[in-house]
Write a protein that binds this ligand. Structure first.
Ligand code: GDP
Ligand code: MG
Length: 443
């Protein structure tokens, strides 16, 4: 992977004071090759590498990280920034309903499937979607969307191949307004390549429905070509977002990066399979990790290094050594971990935490479960936090009442915490570095 290559390039650099044009040349070449291999457009690569060079040159080589890690970090951060950074990837639904969303793209890109997936996703967001088949050219296209709608139990606007797509779209919007559908998903026709007739039709659909979003569905497997095509659609229609389909295949998704760089439109969702629930909001971080060939864990541990300050880690280590890790520390660690980013992905880093939350609600670890655990610990007195052995039946009842939870949940938390404490004891010989290793799997 790129990370490995950079590591080896930088082996010889260890101990040098700062990074220079000269000593990062090889590393930048590896970065360039890796991106090209991942199907990123060569112009985008060139500009990108230039940016990384500017950032890297003159950077002091820190003691705590190897130069390789430092460049990876710069590459990583710049890639995330290029992908749109955090936020700004959200679907814009802020309009008076019914809100129209238009899906466009080449034939076979995944529009019809994505239309269903998006409807499914929107319904989970408590919206009431209406699917609209506006592809009258392929005989089976309307039927395909109807099947999708049946599978999901989501309403599909009744249209037939004899109708004009612009009339269908306009009619669907009126229908939605009359029948209380708040989001209208327009599944449009595609061609094998961009052609004027199709573009004219899409422009008219746009004019007739004023869609809040025009989402370009791009097949991640098509790589480079997707970029040119996206550019063409953007010129005529003004895209507001990209949905990258088929990212479950071998494609590394470099196209996404290029599309963003060329059109300036953010990727909003990724499709990860043929099933109708295989759609996820886009996380730049994850795609970047995929591009760089690093596991998410590596990124996390790197972040952890930055966020958990050394002193605190040392203090924690001392406590562990003396077997004093208590609920107060547990709470503090939760706060620290929260700083690191997306909650779900990092919960596993606190020993025992993932399991604890799963058992409490039988669901995925979530912000909500974390809040409950927090509430419980906050309802304890300092003495109880320092020594949970004193928490008897009446204390449990009081804590449950104070935190708006149940005694059962308190019992479970204490049981898991005791387990976690045991686990922590095993790390005590390792020092602060070993602690991180135990938490996240430092390589
Ligand atoms: P359209 O012509 O743009 O409407 O494309 P379709 O929605 O008909 O999809 C074309 C093919 O791609 C179908 O066989 C879909 O099942 C498949 N497909 C769509 N999205 C995904 C995805 O995210 N992953 C995989 N593996 N297949 C997908
Ligand atoms: Mg279709």
């Amino acid at each position: 992977t790129l990370s490995d290559k950079l590591e080896s390039v930088f082996k010889k650099l260890r101990g040098q004071g700062v990074m220079t044009e000269d000593n990062i040349k090889d590393a930048l070449r590896e970065v360039r090759l890796a991106l090209l291999e991942a199907d990123v457009n060569f112009r985008v690569v060139k500009e990108f590498v230039e940016k990384v060079r500017e950032k890297a040159v003159g950077t002091e080589v820190l003691h705590s990280l190897s130069p390789g890690q430092q460049v990876i970090r710069i590459v990583h951060d710049e890639l995330v920034a290029l992908m749109g950074g955090a936020g700004n990837n959200e679907l814009d639904l802020a309009a008076k309903p019914p809100v129209a969303l238009m899906l466009v793209g080449l034939q076979g890109a995944g529009k019809t499937t994505t239309c269903g997936k998006l409807g499914n996703w929107l319904r989970k967001q408590k919206r009431r979607p209406l699917l609209v088949p506006a592809d009258v050219y392929r005989p089976a296209a309307i039927e395909q969307l109807k099947t999708v709608g049946r599978q999901l139990n989501i309403e599909v606007f009744d249209s037939n191949p004899g109708q004009n797509p612009v009339d269908i779209a306009a009619g669907a919007l009126r229908f939605a307004e009359l029948n209380g559908y708040d989001t209208v998903l327009l599944d449009t026709a595609g061609r094998h390549q961009i052609d004027d007739f199709l573009m004219g039709e899409l422009e008219r659909i746009k004019a007739a429905t004023s869609p809040r979003e025009i989402l370009f569905v791009a097949d991640a497997m098509t790589g480079q070509e997707a970029v040119t095509v996206a550019g063409g659609f953007h010129e005529r229609l003004g895209l507001t977002g990209v949905i990258l389909s088929k990212l479950d295949g071998d494609a590394k998704g470099g196209a996404a990066l290029s599309i963003k760089a060329v059109t300036g439109t953010p990727v909003k969702f990724v499709g990860l399979g043929e099933k109708l629930d295989a759609l996820e909001p886009f996380h730049p971080d994850r795609l970047v990790s995929r591009l760089l060939g690093m596991g998410d864990v590596l990124t996390l541990v790197e972040k952890a290094h930055a966020a958990i300050d050394e002193k605190q880690a040392e203090r924690l280590h001392q406590k562990l050594k003396k077997n004093q890790f208590d609920l107060e520390d547990f709470l503090e660690q939760m706060q620290q971990i929260k700083k690191l980013g997306s909650l779900e992905s990092i919960m596993g880093m606190i020993p025992g935490m993932g399991k604890m939350m799963k058992e409490m609600k039988g669901a995925q670890p979530s912000e909500k479960e974390m809040k409950r655990i927090e509430a419980i610990i906050r309802s304890m007195t300092p003495a109880e936090r320092a020594d949970h052995g004193i928490i008897n039946g009446s204390r449990r009842l009081r804590i449950a009442k104070g935190s708006g939870t149940t005694v059962q949940e308190i019992n479970l938390l204490l049981k898991r915490f005791t387990e976690a404490q045991k686990m922590m004891k095993q790390f005590q010989k390792m020092g602060p570095k070993g602690l991180l290793k135990g938490m996240g799997g430092l390589p």
